[in-house]
Design a protein around this ligand. Sequence first.
Ligand code: GLV
Length: 317
Amino acid sequence: MKKIFVSRQLPDAGMELLQDSGFEIDLHPHSHPLAPDALRQRVKDVQGLICLLDDKIGRQLIDTAQNLEVISNMAVGYNNIDTEYAASRGIAVCNTPGILTTATAELAWALLFAVARRIPESDAFMRSGKFSGWQPLLMLGGAVLGKTLGVIGSGRIGTAFALMSKGFHMRVLYNGKRNPVLERELGAENTDLATLLRESDFISLHVPLRESNYHLIGKREFSLMKTGAYLINTARGPVIDEAELVRVLKEKRIAGAALDVYENEPRMAEGLADLENVVLTPHTGSATTETRKRLAEMAVDNCLKILRGEDCENRVV
Ligand code: GLV
């Protein structure tokens, strides 16, 4: 009987599908990831691996897993997997695209407003009992209506995020492949990165992590941004040079940043958490109950399809 290793406790809907699959299931029944050595031990004899974005699936692991037929990542991004090497060994790699688009775009908007209107800071202020009455200069932030929105990445999530700006009548700039929907629906302009950085009041990242996007936003790029600009990242941490971001925020060279992802998760760059002009969430872009349920179902379904020799539309290699 084929065996599947599941690297974390999944939402119930996914676990139920696994239990009914007829395959042997080995589960790491916790919410934290296994250390690399322990993970390698567990995949030695399995045909299926269901993993998460913080499981590093590199050459060594793939070489250990001699019987592996499929790596099914419960995430849309798959930068944690050496896909090229998996493909060279004839192992399928699957992801979970589409279903987390709206949830992630919604979180990007939540972060945008949270940082622009200083919501976490205001909340802490209220809880500490410091509110002594209405004041004309208390918690002043940035307005959104009519401002320029810069969207970096014009795939599914970038598009959904940009379309949600409709009610705020923003000028929308985007950097990425030409996107007729954005141009038709919003009159969005496709610009180079430097123009977008120079002209945007709010900049939101929606690119996958590839070698070419590593530190896409670094010293030079920060220097192009307006002093009143806000940067939002719900994509992948290493797209931003996080140490440089801390420096820029400390010196108030931009107005603020809101991050859901970090360069060395789960750690943060030194000094980041001490800053007031930053809002931080724990990689929860897809964390709505509905979305996580569907993600688990899709990740399991992808794995089962490959093990049963069926076609799988979410196969990336
Ligand atoms: C989340 O970050 C994902 O890639 O699904």
